[in-house]
Design a protein around this ligand. Structure first.
Ligand SMILES: Cc1cc2nc3c(=O)[nH]c(=O)nc-3n(C[C@H](O)[C@H](O)[C@H](O)COP(=O)(O)OP(=O)(O)OC[C@H]3O[C@@H](n4cnc5c(N)ncnc54)[C@H](O)[C@@H]3O)c2cc1C
Length: 369
């Protein structure tokens, strides 16, 4: 790839060096060097933002000293389920439909990174712009139509008991947390959760590690019941907000880990090496062609089984998982062949297959920024 390695591939290499081989350049912190010191000074302006941020936070000038880096979570590919209404004629959305961006909680609309839409199995550069701007744009007319479909009246017409009843469980939970006198420190639990999730549920996923992580989350959850807050006040208590959010993080961690464990395929950012389709390796052109055909068959079978959205439903006994079909009518999936031997042949076989099915293969997308 020259210097333009796709970010998931670069990330896996760094992860392998630090986590699997244990060769981090620092003892207690996973990181590798990114050496920009040989870049000519006249090119620095192209990276100015990054260089400045690094210098500000690390106190080291990356123009003269190699940077220490490690991949960080910077986007969540998943979120609250939201509905949409499809225009069957155009395949696009029915603008103004009260279903668009509407979650399964009536009146709760979700947009941006918090919703689950508008990304594939992998992260494309600037995807969040799409999700923030597009869902932000279409949600307003949807909220408007939903509101106008409601019976007239205002919240003040509803009985006070309705609001009190909704507030009460939260007040009770807050008091329990503030009064708790256990021995667990919520910040340490948070760090342990983060370490386990980063190690086992981010860049590379193995089923045995995912199973161990689920057990760990169980353990952390029981320790969470014994947390004690350093601040017990009832006003602007940051300790309380953090600890309450930690309970939600444990639940989300379980959803993510359980979903990953059940999804036995290797796709995009959900990188499970055990389920990777073997790359063609033949030198003989006819054999390579046969392998490319096998590869495409395996890719099709994988899509039939797994080209679905994982949906987690809350139950008091833990999340249950179901799957929802993905509508690919506007952009059919096609193989991602980065770094595969015989990539062009795979693509050719795929195009032939798509044409055979009466579908026109999609053109190469423009490079993502
Ligand atoms: C380090 C990093 C680098 C990134 N780089 C890129 C990139 O190069 N390109 C790209 O496209 N995307 C990038 N992203 C992702 C992108 O920044 C986010 O997906 C996007 O900003 C999400 O926008 P949002 O409006 O949906 O949510 P947010 O920007 O997260 O906004 C949510 C807001 O809600 C507020 N909030 C939270 N809880 C409450 C509450 N209880 N009450 C009131 N307010 C609350 C928060 O304070 C926040 O202001 C990056 C993210 C990170 C972390």
């Amino acid at each position: 790839y020259g210097n333009l390695v796709p970010r998931d591939i670069a990330t896996r290499e760094i992860f392998d060096v630090c986590v699997r081989q244990g060769l981090s350049v620092e003892k207690d912190r996973p990181c590798v060097y990114l050496d920009l010191t040989e870049l000519p000074a006249e090119t620095h302006h192209k990276l100015e933002g990054i260089l400045e941020i690094y210098e500000k936070f690390q106190g080291v000038d990356p123009r003269t000293t190699p940077m220490k880096i490690f991949p960080a979570v910077h986007y969540s590919m998943g979120g609250l389920w939201v509905d949409y209404e499809k225009d069957e004629k155009t395949g696009g959305l029915v603008i103004g439909s009260p279903r668009n961006q509407h979650s399964n909680v009536p009146g709760l609309f979700v947009i941006g990174e918090a919703d689950y839409q508008y990304h594939g199995a992998n992260r494309l550069g600037a995807n969040s712009l799409l999700s923030c701007v597009f869902s932000g744009l279409i949600v307003a007319p949807s909220v408007e139509s939903w509101l106008s479909s409601l019976p007239h009246g205002s919240a003040e017409d509803r009985p006070v008991s309705l609001f009190d009843g909704a507030v009460e469980p939260h007040r009770k939970r807050m008091e329990e947390l503030i009064r708790g006198d256990g021995s667990e420190n919520p910040y340490l639990l948070h760090r342990e959760l983060g370490d386990w999730m980063t190690r086992n549920v981010t860049v590379v996923r193995h089923n045995k590690d995912l199973e161990a992580t689920l057990e760990k989350i169980d353990e952390l959850r029981s320790r969470y019941r014994r947390v004690a807050l350093a601040d017990r006040s009832n006003w602007t208590n940051q300790n309380f907000s953090f600890t309450r959010a930690l309970g939600d993080m444990l639940l989300l961690a379980e959803v993510i880990t359980r979903g990953a464990l059940m999804r036995n395929e290797c796709r995009g950012a959900h990188f499970k090496p055990e389920f990777q389709i073997p790359s063609p390796d033949a030198d003989d052109p006819a054999a390579l062609r046969r392998q490319a055909e096998q590869w495409c068959r395996a890719f099709r079978e994988k899509n039939e089984k797994w080209l679905k959205t994982t949906r987690a439903h809350y139950t008091p006994d833990g999340p249950t998982i179901t799957y929802e079909e993905v509508d690919t009518s506007l952009i059919p999936p096609r193989p991602r062949t980065y770094g595969l031997k015989g990539a062009e042949i795979i693509e050719e076989v795929w195009r032939e297959h798509e044409r055979g099915q009466g579908r026109s293969p999609v053109a190469e997308p423009a490079a993502a920024s």
